[in-house]
Design a protein around this ligand. Structure first.
Ligand code: CAA
Length: 294
């Protein structure tokens, strides 16, 4: 069954090579997922060799873990290892890519600069995807020569296990691009949903409000451990502060501020949030809550 809003599958283009801009945690997880599910070459790039090497090391370590867990045969692992490569030379790495996804710093200016550079390298047919978690995809594509091939492709951490994939149709995204995005999402074995190009889309819009209410409870004097454990009867897979740690307090705060600008009445910037980000240390130590943080 075709997902709601997805164009005719026959429009989808084949993807024989993938480029990943960025070699951070999200980008490295994406590189591994694409290589594993599509079985095509995947090239990662970043600003310097050190970052690229760190991303590649993550991919190799995850492959080794999968072998150790018996989820991947040695033969498949050997193939997978050769599929993911890295370079600082985007021109060499991406020239023949059919699909390029970026997972760089969550700042509109940074992402626009990345796309301007990539557009000089790739063919006008190459599909461009952004893993932005909160920014406007239409704004990101505004200065592209071919904005019709840009689409939002928003994954969740940990990429290997979270089933949801938010696909965002920007103002200029055409049906070929959208059909390719849905076809790829299916190959990646994700549950694809088409969401509006609105600040933080759907998942992060709700999650940001969720974190906001936890912070607000702490602002009002609720002890950290109470705010963290009050929802235990719901049986969520992670307690709120564990989830916050997984996302990264600074990343969550960044999204929170984007939401505050978009909807000042509904999304507040909280003093506890600022303190937790400024503390720059894990919120939870040995599974115990560290009350010294707030
Ligand atoms: N990479 C690869 N696999 C991972 C992984 C990772 N980082 N973390 C966990 N897994 C795998 C484990 O290997 C395990 O697989 P097997 O059963 O095959 O061995 C499986 O996931 C379950 O893991 P665990 O048994 O260790 O732990 P768990 O049952 O507690 O599950 C969890 C861990 C899947 C992370 C679960 O706690 C969960 O779903 N948490 C919520 C995560 C969430 O909400 N993420 C969204 C964050 S928001 C975001 O990402 C959006 C944004 O833009 C900021």
């Amino acid at each position: 069954k075709r997902p709601a809003g997805a164009p005719d599958r026959s429009l989808a283009r084949d993807v024989g090579k993938v480029g990943v801009v960025g070699a951070g945690l999200m980008a490295s997880q994406l590189a591994l997922l694409f290589a594993r599910r599509l079985e095509v070459p995947v090239v990662i790039t970043d600003l310097d060799q050190e970052r690229v090497d760190k991303g590649l090391a993550y991919v190799q370590a995850e492959i080794a873990k999968s072998v150790a867990k018996g989820r991947l045969t040695e033969l498949k692992a050997a193939k997978l290892r050769t599929l993911v490569t890295g370079t600082v030379d985007k021109a060499a790495g991406f020239a023949d890519a059919d699909f390029v996804i970026e997972a760089v710093f969550e700042e509109l200016g940074v992402k626009k600069k990345v796309w301007a550079e990539i557009e000089e390298i790739v063919s006008p047919e190459t599909i461009l995807a952004t893993n932005t978690s909160s920014l406007s995809v239409s704004a990101m594509g505004a200065d592209l020569k071919h904005p019709e091939r840009l689409v939002g492709f928003h994954f969740f951490n940990p990429v290997a296990v979270m089933p949801l994939l938010e696909i965002i149709r920007a103002e200029h995204t055409n049906d070929v691009t959208l059909a390719t995005a849905f076809a790829l999402g299916k190959q990646l074995k994700k549950s694809c949903v088409l969401v509006k190009d609105a600040p933080a889309f759907v998942f992060n819009r709700i999650l940001t409000r969720f974190f906001g209410e936890i912070y607000n409870a702490i602002d009002l004097g609720t002890p950290l451990e109470v705010a963290n454990t009050a929802l235990d009867p719901l049986g969520l897979p992670m307690r709120p502060l564990e989830l916050l740690q997984l996302v990264g307090p600074a990343v969550a705060a960044h999204v929170g501020k984007t939401m505050h600008v978009a909807y000042p009445e509904r999304f507040k910037v909280s003093p506890s949030m600022e303190k937790i980000v400024a503390a720059g240390q894990p919120l939870l130590v040995d599974d115990e809550i560290n009350p010294a943080v707030v």
